[in-house]
Design a protein around this ligand. Structure first.
Ligand SMILES: O=C(O)c1ccccc1N[C@@H]1O[C@H](COP(=O)(O)O)[C@@H](O)[C@H]1O
Length: 216
């Protein structure tokens, strides 16, 4: 079954939704943006996450020693590099991070070459997101998923960018990813929406029978 990551969590109620849905990954954004959390808040929220959900720290061009220090202190299972990080940064992170902490690299996809460059960093997983000149991520914009089957991607990959309960099944069918990742598409008025999160997870997992139901 496709893995699901719910990203940009900031509130206790977001964690309650994640736990109820048993999402595979919960994302905390440490980069400057409207969803930024402090290490103190992320550490507290992470303590409320139940197994099997893993915690992902999202960073944009943050120096490797700072990423490693925050990830360890907050108990992150994964670090997601969402900027212009290169192979050297990934290598440095491998030396600094606690053993077992995965490294993911985002590609801002316009062409197949963007995916190839991200794969060359040697990251454990790729995260294929839309390109925007204005922001590193969390834009709600989609990209052309048809590029993905044309690429020989050497590691498991996530599709992200503008996903929602309405389009995630199409993304899974076209891109055949290891996982899907969403932020904007499960929000209402700038906050995570428990109903949209549930609809997204069910749609991604192909649990169509539940998709017409609300959550209490
Ligand atoms: O969520 C953010 O605000 C964010 C900020 C900076 C870097 C990455 C961010 N989130 C990642 O962006 C993509 C797509 O998000 P969306 O669904 O289009 O809103 C996703 O990988 C998030 O992890």
């Amino acid at each position: 079954m496709v893995k699901v990551k719910l990203c940009g969590l900031r509130r206790v109620e977001d964690i309650i939704s994640v736990n109820r849905l048993a999402a595979d990954y919960a994302g905390f954004v440490f980069a400057p943006c409207k969803r930024k959390v402090t290490p103190e808040l992320a550490r507290a929220l992470r303590k409320s996450l139940k197994s099997p959900t893993k915690a992902v720290g999202v960073f944009v061009d943050t120096p490797a020693p700072e990423v490693a220090a925050i990830a360890e202190w907050c108990g992150m299972d994964v670090v997601q590099m969402h900027g212009n990080e290169d192979a050297e940064t990934v290598q440095t992170l491998r030396m600094l991070l606690p053993s077992g902490c995965e490294i993911w690299k985002a590609a801002h996809v316009r062409t197949a070459d963007d995916i190839r460059k991200a794969a060359e960093t040697g990251a454990d997983r790729l995260l294929l997101d839309a390109y925007s000149p204005d922001a590193a991520g969390g834009t709600g914009a989609t990209f052309n998923w048809e590029i993905i089957p044309q690429c020989d991607i050497p590691v498991p990959y996530f599709v992200a960018g503008g996903l929602s309960a309405e389009n995630v099944a199409d993304a899974v069918r076209v891109a055949q990813p290891y996982g899907v990742d969403v932020s904007s598409g499960v929000e209402t008025d700038g906050f995570k929406d428990a109903g949209k999160m549930a609809q997204f997870v069910w749609a991604a997992r192909g649990e169509a029978s539940q998709a017409g139901q609300g959550i209490e």
